[in-house]
Design a protein around this ligand. Structure first.
Ligand code: PLP
Length: 382
């Protein structure tokens, strides 16, 4: 990591050192399978219980509403493919700017999938949700069991836009639909209270909030009908088969607890980094547009430069030891724009010059100044 400026925290984050330390005993000493009844597994079993309690408390859920998964992708797939009663006729209403974990899960589900409108800031149009739910009501044939899931991401991974989840969940519930949110980019970065939001399901992933990779959870409100995605043992109340990764779960709980405890300080620091980046950037005459809404995930800078190429900017910055991402991950063959940049109708002359900088709690003001300087330099190269 020496001399590397890591500014791609929406892709993944550095493991919290305390989370790492908390994981070690469950990798090296207390490695027993928690499904076994002998006393050797007791400490691991207790750690699992405690981690579930900690995670639940961080989002104001009950411990038995937290189901451990392998990460955001699995949580999203589970919610999309397994809601409601098996065999019932289903509809999913979602937005066109969701992560592919949602969009591709929708493609392989047997449900009828309908898409909401989004505006140029990436905000979901509430009227389009009302319209789709109303149309759905009219389609209902009383003798068949029909169920609807509305799935809208909490914060977009490319442009950072935060949705009004409480309002959207209320609209869904007023029509008898279930509500799921992919909160992978939000958990550990903003305050989330599932009771206050009144949502039925929420997906989260540890590596986005300084926890280990390959672990996440799905919050499922008590009483929500969800069947199992994979077949096997009776782990996770018989709903998610597979031996629990205790070390990763313990690390996830510690990382989330630490991030939530420091949330206000982290947000203030990240905002200061963002401001310092823009101050430095303003010293150059650059033609760009900023993507996303005002209410966005801390540290997200999705920026589109006129007549530039995001891929080239990424590679030129990489050569200088700076890690960023393209918001518009171009398909090198088709040179297509990302579905998000397309959905918000970013002007063509800017769209291809999109990059995503995502700052996190470990970035420094000094780093953001250097990043801005290097970016200015790189933009001068055609
Ligand atoms: N959902 C969103 C919004 C994401 O940003 C990501 C990862 O980038 C995922 C889901 C997938 O999460 P994971 O990498 O844990 O599978």
């Amino acid at each position: 990591m020496k001399n590397v400026i890591y500014a791609d925290n929406a892709a993944t984050t550095k493991l919290d050192i305390e989370a790492f330390e908390a994981m070690k005993p469950y990798l090296l000493e207390e490695f027993g399978n928690v499904s076994q009844p002998y006393s050797f597994s007791k400490k691991a079993k207790l750690a699992l219980k405690e981690a579930r309690r900690t995670i639940a408390a961080c989002i104001n859920a009950e411990p038995d509403e937290i189901y451990f998964t392998s990460g955001g992708t699995e949580s999203d797939n589970w919610a999309i493919k397994c809601f409601g009663f098996q065999g019932s006729s289903k509809t999913i209403i979602t937005s066109p700017i969701e992560h592919h974990a949602i969009l591709n899960a929708c493609k392989t589900s047997s449900a009828d999938v309908k898409f909401l409108r989004v505006n140029s800031y990436g905000e979901v149009d509430e009227e389009s949700l009302i319209e789709l739910l109303k149309r759905k009501d009219e389609e209902i044939v009383s003798s068949t069991l029909k169920e609807t899931l509305v799935s809208i991401m909490y914060a977009n991974n490319e442009i950072g836009t935060i949705q009004d989840i409480k309002k959207l969940a209320k609209i869904a519930h007023d029509s008898g639909a279930l509500f799921h949110t992919d909160a992978v980019q939000a958990v550990g970065h903003v305050n989330i209270d599932v009771k206050e939001l009144d949502i039925d399901m929420l997906s989260a992933s540890a590596h986005k909030f300084n926890g280990p990779k390959g672990i996440g959870f799905l919050y499922v409100k008590k009483g929500t009908n969800l069947y199992s995605l994979n077949s096997g043992g009776l782990q996770e109340s018989g709903l998610r088969a597979g031996t629990e990764n205790v070390a990763a779960i313990v690390g996830m709980a510690k990382a989330l607890k630490n991030n939530i405890a420091e949330l206000d300080n982290n947000i203030a620091h990240i905002n200061a980094c963002v401001n310092s980046f823009f101050e430095r950037l303003s010293t150059a005459q650059l033609d760009y547009v900023l993507n996303g809404s005002k209410n966005k995930i801390p540290g997200n800078i999705s920026i589109s430069f006129k007549d530039k190429n995001g891929e080239s900017i990424l590679h030129l910055l990489d050569l200088q030891g700076v890690c960023i991402s393209t918001g518009s991950a171009c398909d090198s063959v088709n040179n297509q724009l990302s579905h998000v940049i397309e959905a918000i109708k970013c002007k063509k002359e800017y769209a291809h010059g999109t990059i995503r900088i995502s700052l996190g709690k470990n970035n420094t003001i000094e780093e953001t100044q250097i990043l801005a300087e290097k970016l200015i330099k790189v933009l001068g190269i055609r």
